[in-house]
Design a protein. Structure first.
Length: 156
C-alpha cells in the first residue's frame, strides 16, 4: 500500500478490525519512511450484478435505489437511519447470496418487502402499494387484510 503522504510503498498494518458495517475490514497502517499513520478499508469485490427491469431492459445494480425506496417507505416513521442501513445491508446480502449475475427487479422487490415487513408495518404497506401498483382502495384493503391475517406467503 502506497503512503498517501510521502508516496512510498513500504507501509505496514498495525491494527485490523471489522469496520462499523461488519462488511469490510478497517486497517490502521503506518508508513516506514515518514512514520505517518492512515486508515484503509478492505471490502470484498463482488461480481457485477445486472437487474432485469419490467420492460426487459437491463441496468447495473445500484444499492442507492434500494436505499431510496426504503427511505421513502420509512418517511416520517420513527425508524433510525442506522436501522434502515442495516435493513439495506441485509437486503443486499440476500440478493448477492443468490450468486446470480442477473436478477429480476420483481425478485428484488419481494426481498425488500420481506425485510420491510420485519422493520415496520407502515413502511411495508407503503412500499407494497407502489411495488404492487394497487389500482384502487379495494386492492389496498385486500393487502392490508392479508397482512393482518398473516395469510400472505410473504408475511411468513
Amino acid at each position: 500500500m502506497r503512503c498517501p503522504f510521502c508516496g512510498m510503498d513500504n507501509t505496514r498494518v498495525i491494527d485490523s478490525r471489522p469496520a462499523d458495517d461488519n462488511y469490510s475490514i478497517r486497517r490502521r497502517r503506518q508508513c516506514d519512511a515518514c512514520g505517518k499513520r492512515f486508515t484503509t478499508y478492505e471490502k470484498a469485490e463482488i461480481t457485477p450484478l445486472t437487474v432485469i427491469k419490467k420492460d426487459q431492459s437491463r441496468e447495473s445494480y445500484d444499492r442507492n435505489k434500494i436505499m431510496a425506496g426504503v427511505l421513502r417507505a420509512c418517511h416520517k416513521r420513527p425508524i433510525p437511519v442506522e436501522k434502515m442501513e442495516e435493513t439495506v445491508n441485509a437486503i443486499e446480502n440476500d440478493i448477492f447470496r443468490l450468486e446470480s449475475k442477473e436478477i429480476d427487479c420483481q425478485q428484488i422487490g419481494e426481498i425488500v418487502m420481506e425485510h420491510l415487513k420485519d422493520l415496520d408495518q407502515v413502511a411495508y404497506v407503503r412500499f407494497a402499494s407502489v411495488y404492487r401498483q394497487f389500482k384502487d382502495v379495494n386492492t389496498f384493503m385486500s393487502e392490508l387484510k392479508k397482512m393482518l391475517d398473516g395469510s400472505d406467503e410473504n408475511l411468513k
